[in-house]
Design a protein around this ligand. Structure first.
Ligand SMILES: Cc1cc2nc3c(=O)[nH]c(=O)nc-3n(C[C@H](O)[C@H](O)[C@H](O)COP(=O)(O)OP(=O)(O)OC[C@H]3O[C@@H](n4cnc5c(N)ncnc54)[C@H](O)[C@@H]3O)c2cc1C
Length: 412
């Protein structure tokens, strides 16, 4: 028997759980599909605190934050250890083939929410020379080893990349008795949040080396050391700057990429600057009606609170869409262009009928004393001064509009 739902949510992390709770609250029969054996997403392994300050006005650990949503979603149908082998859209209905613990299953839905999170860039994607010994981990794998399995991935560690997970792991490994020799960052500015630089490196005297990268991994069975080199401002390796560092492990924190294989299988084009689908202010894909995206699958967020917020928006709109396809699919949209020094803006489109919506953006370089403006054709409809704008920090604007034509976000 084929089970029918109003909304199917793929991915049971904080985005998917918030989306499912919001879809059910708005009257949709909802199913959550999660490939792991437990819901909660990556937060299950993030045992440090600092989650939920915006959402719950409390300082929670990752598992505590996830548990709040797991509780809210406890009456929603959920399939764990379940893989989506194919999704097809036929006449406005989504048809899913699933592999579950109990065998094959077919389900259909009127709308689909993609909340599949992101994955880490690996050593293969950053082309480091040298041998391939044991002891090279992504920061997320190292986090899983320490926090879930109780293993120490190394005793003398070099961290490449100053992404937040790498910074958090620098502190975690130090607390577990490992020696973290330094964090090496190719760019001239850190990639992680300032609060993590202060709390995870400065407080533990772990040095941060900017404009430096690992150019070679050494070792046969196990990592025996790495060569680091300095880079110029164009990120070219400066000759004769090689330095040998003896270590037994190398941890990579070199970026996250939204996971969007399901979107691609539905021929949804991905925005090259977010690596997520192009969406409107309902967080609905502009390529495929009825497909919604949220959380880190849409763009890499810096705070989980924003992940849940986008899940709530997607869930509510997916529920409304599933009740009234036709009315919801004919909305006229205008684009939101990105001007100078804007790395990305989400959503990339807004419905002409919308009066208020949330816009997230990031800049592509560190800037001081700047103004962000939004223009509707030639008129400035939003203006805000920023003391600092930094690429690691995602910015949020709640924009009130009235019958917009083309919008453009700029830094001046
Ligand atoms: C390794 C790692 C560590 C992190 N650590 C921190 C941290 O310490 N602090 C912090 O603030 N943020 C951290 N983040 C950021 C964190 O990802 C977000 O704050 C938040 O968890 C994102 O929520 P999400 O629901 O979008 O994605 P996730 O939490 O990643 O959840 C996505 C879920 O979708 C499931 N999924 C994916 N594809 C499929 C599929 N095809 N079928 C079924 N299920 C699928 C996954 O198994 C997962 O459960 C970390 C991210 C990563 C990748």
């Amino acid at each position: 028997m084929i089970k029918m739902y109003d909304v199917v949510v793929i991915g049971g992390g904080p985005a998917g759980l918030a989306a499912a709770v919001s879809a059910e609250k708005n009257g949709a029969k909802t199913l959550i599909i999660e490939r792991e054996n437990k819901i909660g997403g990556i937060l299950k392994q993030c045992i440090h605190d600092g989650f939920g300050l915006l959402k719950f006005h409390e300082k929670l650990s990752g598992p505590e934050y996830a548990y709040r949503y797991i509780e809210m979603a406890k009456n929603i149908e959920t399939l764990t250890s379940t893989f989506v082998t194919s999704v097809k859209k036929i006449n406005d209905t989504f048809h899913f083939n699933l592999v579950t613990k109990d065998g094959l299953l077919k389900v259909t839905s009127k709308s689909l929410i993609l909340s599949t999170g992101c994955r880490e860039r690996t050593a293969k994607q950053i082309f480091i020379h040298g041998t391939r010994p044991a002891g090279v981990y992504t920061a997320g794998t190292a986090q899983y080893f320490v926090n879930i399995m109780g293993y120490l991935p190394g005793k003398k560690t070099v961290i490449l990349g100053s992404g937040d997970i790498g910074l958090i792991m620098a502190r975690r490994l130090t607390l577990e008795g490992a020696e973290v020799l330094g964090v090496y960052e190719a760019k001239s500015t850190p990639s992680g949040l300032q609060r993590n630089i202060a709390q995870c490196l400065d407080d533990f005297n772990i040095p941060l080396h900017l404009s430096k990268t690992v150019t070679k991994v050494l070792g046969t069975e196990r990592v025996e050391g790495v060569i680091v080199s300095s880079l110029d401002e164009t990120m070219k390796i400066l000759p004769n700057t090689e330095e040998f560092i003896e270590c037994d492990s190398l941890i990579l924190s070199v970026g996250l990429i939204p996971e969007n294989e399901v979107a691609e299988s539905l021929n949804i084009t991905l925005d090259p600057s977010t690596k997520g689908p192009y969406v409107d202010d309902f967080l609905m894909s502009v390529d495929s009606k009825g497909v919604f995206s949220c959380g880190n699958a849409l763009h890499v967020n810096d705070l989980v609170d924003y992940v849940s917020e986008s899940g709530e928006i997607a869930g509510k709109n997916a529920a409304n869409y599933s009740k009234n396809f036709e009315k919801n699919s004919i909305k006229e949209k205008v684009s939101i262009k990105k001007g100078n020094n804007i790395l990305y803006v989400v959503p990339q489109y807004v419905s002409k009928e919308s009066k208020e919506f949330i816009l997230y953006f990031r800049v592509n370089k560190v800037m001081k004393n700047k103004t962000v403006i939004i223009k509707d054709t030639e008129n400035i409809i939003f203006k805000k001064k920023y003391l600092f704008l930094k690429p690691p920090e995602m910015e949020k604007i709640v924009l009130k509009i009235n019958n917009p034509s083309q919008l453009k976000l700029e830094v001046i």
